[in-house]
Write a protein that binds this ligand. Structure first.
Ligand code: FMN
Length: 215
C-alpha cells in the first residue's frame, strides 16, 4: 500500500472563492463561466468528464468521456450505444457527470436523466469527425472482448479500403447522449478544507433552488 506517499499530497486551496452573489441563479450560466475559465487556463482536455451510471443490477460504473456540447437542454457526449455504458443507460437512463479542473481547484457534479440526442444532431457531429475516427467507430464493437489488437487493425484497414475515401455514414449503433440536469453542484477548494459548495436543484422548469452545503 502507498498511503504514506499519497498522504503527503496535501495542497492548500486558496485562490478564489465561490460566493452566492457571484454564482447567480442559473447553474448552466455558471457552468459556462467555469468552463470558459478552464479553456482559458489551457488545461489539458477541459471537456473530459467522468460519467457514472448503473444498469439494471445496480452496480455502479464510471469512465471518462468528452463533453461535446452543453446548454439549457443538457450536456452531450458521444459513444457506442451498444457499449457497457449504452446498455446501462438503456436499462436505467440516469447518470452523473463529474468535472475536475484541478489547477483551478474546482469540481462540478451534474446529475440527471439521460436521453439520446436526435439522429440529425448525431449525424452532424459524426460528419465533423476526422475520417480515421469515423472508420474507428464502425470498427469498434465497444466494450466487447476481441481476439487481438491485430484483428482490430485488420478490420479497420478493410473498412478503410471499402470506403475508398467516400463520405462515411454514421453507424446506427453510435451517437450522442444528453444528460438533462436536475442537480448541479459547484465545489471550490478553500483553505483549511472549508471549501465552498453550492448546490442547484431543479424545482420547476427553469427554476433552481440554491443551497450552500457544508464542505
Ligand atoms: C480522455 C478520455 C476521453 C474519452 N472520451 C470518450 C468519449 O467521448 N466517448 C467514449 O465512448 N469513450 C471515451 N473514452 C473511453 C471511455 O473512458 C471508455 O473506455 C469507453 O467509452 C468504454 O466504456 P464502457 O465500457 O463503460 O461503455 C475516453 C477516455 C479518455 C481517457
Amino acid at each position: 500500500m502507498q498511503s504514506g506517499k499519497i498522504r503527503k499530497l496535501r495542497r492548500e486551496y486558496a485562490e478564489t472563492t465561490l460566493s452566492r452573489a457571484s454564482a447567480g441563479d442559473d447553474p448552466i450560466a455558471l457552468f459556462e463561466r467555469w468552463f470558459d475559465d478552464a479553456v482559458r487556463a489551457e488545461l489539458r482536455e477541459p471537456n473530459a468528464m467522468t460519467l457514472a451510471s448503473a444498469g439494471a443490477d445496480g452496480n455502479p460504473n464510471a469512465r471518462i468521456v468528452l463533453l461535446k456540447d452543453f446548454g439549457e437542454p443538457g450536456f452531450d457526449f458521444y459513444t457506442n450505444y451498444e457499449s457497457r455504458k449504452g446498455e446501462e443507460l438503456a436499462a436505467n437512463p440516469r447518470a452523473t457527470l463529474v468535472f475536475y479542473w484541478g489547477e483551478l481547484e474546482r469540481q462540478v457534479r451534474i446529475t440527471g436523466s439521460v436521453e439520446k440526442v436526435s439522429a440529425a444532431e448525431s449525424d452532424e457531429y459524426f460528419a465533423s469527425r476526422p475520417p480515421g475516427a469515423q472508420i474507428g467507430a464502425w470498427t469498434s464493437a465497444q466494450s466487447r472482448p476481441i481476439t487481438s489488437r491485430r484483428d482490430l487493425e485488420k478490420a479497420r484497414d478493410a473498412r478503410e479500403k471499402e470506403s475508398a475515401g467516400k463520405p462515411v455514414k454514421r453507424p446506427p449503433f453510435w451517437g450522442g447522449y444528453r444528460v438533462v440536469p436536475a442537480y448541479v453542484e459547484f465545489w471550490k477548494g478553500r483553505a483549511d478544507r472549508l471549501h465552498d459548495r453550492l448546490a442547484y436543484t431543479l424545482a420547476a422548469p427553469g427554476v433552481w433552488n440554491v443551497e450552500r452545503l457544508s464542505p
